[in-house]
Design a protein around this ligand. Sequence first.
Ligand SMILES: [Cu+2]
Length: 332
Amino acid sequence: MKTTLYTFLFSLILSAPSYAHDEAWTASRPDGHAPISVMGDHMHAMGEWMISYRFMTMEMESLMKGSSTISRAQAAPDYNMSMGGMMLPKNMTMDMHMFGAMHAISDNWTLMCMVNYLENEMTMQNNGSMKSDGMSDLKIAGLYDLARWDSGRRIHLNIGLSVPTGSIDEKSGSNTLGYGMQLGSGTWDFYPAITYLAQTKNYSYGAQLGGILRASDNDQGYTLGNRLEAALWGARKITDSLSASAKFDYSTQDEVDGEDSRMNNNMSSALSSVDQGRDITTFGLGLNYYFQNSVLRGHRLAAEWETPLDQKVNGVQLELDSTWTFGWQYAW
Ligand SMILES: [Cu+2]
């Protein structure tokens, strides 16, 4: 089933050029930007600026072991818990506020910077809850134009760096919170990606293959897992201002390498370094709105909802339920 789906999607993307039209790719249409959850999807023309704000909220609920949903009682024996797994997580909400800026220093290079503010809240099986909030890691990137064709296609390289500005010392009382509740990775991380875009008169397509490579250990002696992500989307331009999109996204992230010794015998999170990272395939539906006239010219609004089609966690973890992303962008 999965293979069929991927084969279908890749043939869709590969066949897109044959529907291409005779105009160069343009951002000046609602689907000139990818679904709002995709980062670094587009470049700008020399001298252009863009600022953006995105709000992403992610809901996680129910325990999973591998690819099956399990009960607290089923999870507890793995954690040696006399309390019957009361300290295992029950649900979690992660809200992220993302402030971005883009500027094209030439037609070949667009620079990007993103500052994120995170709010995490986790409820445990005993109904106790814990929270963390603050700045996450700072992301800077350069987008380099690899090729542009007159047939509405283009391809660019994303070269990104994540600066460890987010805290990895978040606590609940005197206990250090688990890996998933920390605000940053604690490491300098590379974010390479390659992005392909194609447009026809009323449709657009895109694909992005990227990842996160962590260069070293952080100062607590652990490294979050490396990550690989592939996204594939298509959008239909409904009017000159409105487009609707569908997106498939596959990502895989390894478990944590090493461990934070402060989290040993820690009552604030029963999940350890092997209960981190997952393989997940999601499907998303989105809308983009592009103001072309009036005083709002140049502003964009977008929303996207994503839900998992398939997920497999490392060890025992919460199951991802859904993600909403809302965005505002303004270019001049
Ligand atoms: Cu932009």
